[in-house]
Design a binder for this molecule. Structure first.
Ligand SMILES: C[S@@+](CC[C@H](N)C(=O)[O-])C[C@H]1O[C@@H](n2cnc3c(N)ncnc32)[C@H](O)[C@@H]1O
Length: 261
């Protein structure tokens, strides 16, 4: 595939945009794409499209993408990165077919954790799809469960997961319950795969890019440190030291689901 646009230069000061350039190569997108049905000439709805990394890839696989995100800065970058696609600024919870028309596939990667009522939303998305349409979901579980640090801060981490949910910021449990949530919807799961991910699922000392991604992630989490409690700083330091060490063991999973209507 051709070189993507350099959005570090495009919006240098916006860390939220720059993070995606760093994170993209850490995920195993190629393995995911191997398991997708033929996307040629398909209309794909990308929910939580961010900077349009996947829209760019799907365009190159012959698809037409409609990306949804509530962040205007991300939508602006996405429109430049994948000019053949359409991007709409909206809350995912508020979308309706009047915005995008006929849809062959829905893609939702690393976004379900932001949504309060995934079961209801999934059933709504089911209705958006054409009769032979499919739905692709990718989500992490146990994001911060990495030993040995997890065994030391287990209570704080579990409490943090719960507080983030109570404050309607992020629903860590969505990933954990994805199998049962999907079972309660009208979708039929036809394939489930656990993906390797250099940031989330690797053991031992992580590469520089993955270490940087965790630093950025934990820096962003500082905004919520009150929900974690007084041990946040020591947790952050211990976590960043742990991911450089050979005895680091990740208990985090990244799961891919291919579902049919
Ligand atoms: C972690 S990123 C995932 C980006 C991309 N799908 C990927 O897999 O790399 C989550 C994206 O969802 C967007 N998002 C989160 N909650 C949203 C909501 N309620 N409505 C619209 N966009 C939302 C964020 O702005 C962000 O771009």
């Amino acid at each position: 595939m051709e070189e993507k646009i350099n959005y570090q230069i495009l919006i240098m000061e916006n860390q939220d945009i720059f993070r995606y350039k760093n994170e993209y190569p850490l995920r195993n997108w190629e393995r995911v794409y191997e398991h997708l049905p033929n996307l040629k000439d398909k209309n794909i709805l990308d929910l939580g499209c961010a900077v349009g990394d996947q829209a760019y890839d799907f365009e190159h696989l012959g698809a037409y993408v409609i990306g949804i995100d509530h962040n205007q800065d991300l939508i602006s970058v996405a429109s430049k990165q994948a000019p053949g696609s359409k991007f709409i600024r909206s809350e995912i919870e508020h979308i309706h077919p009047g915005l995008f028309g006929s849809i062959d596939a829905i893609w939702c990667s690393h976004t379900i954790g932001y949504l309060k009522d995934p079961k209801t939303l999934l059933n709504t998305w089911y209705d958006f799809l054409n009769p032979d349409g499919f739905f692709i979901l990718i989500e992490t579980t146990n994001l911060l469960n990495h030993d040995p640090v997890y065994s030391i801060y287990q209570e704080e981490i579990q409490n943090f997961y719960q507080k983030m949910e109570e404050n309607e910021i992020y629903y860590f449990e969505n990933g954990l319950h994805m199998d049962s949530i999907l079972n309660e919807t009208s979708f039929k799961v036809v394939k489930t795969i656990e993906l390797d991910d250099q940031e989330f699922t690797s053991d031992g000392g992580l590469c520089d890019k993955a270490t940087q991604a965790w630093k950025n992630r934990l820096n962003r989490a500082e905004a919520y440190q009150e929900l974690f409690g007084p041990k946040f700083s020591s947790f952050k330091n211990d976590f960043l030291a742990m991911i450089r060490s050979s005895d680091h063991k990740s208990n985090c999973q990244v799961k891919f689901y291919l579902c049919q209507k």
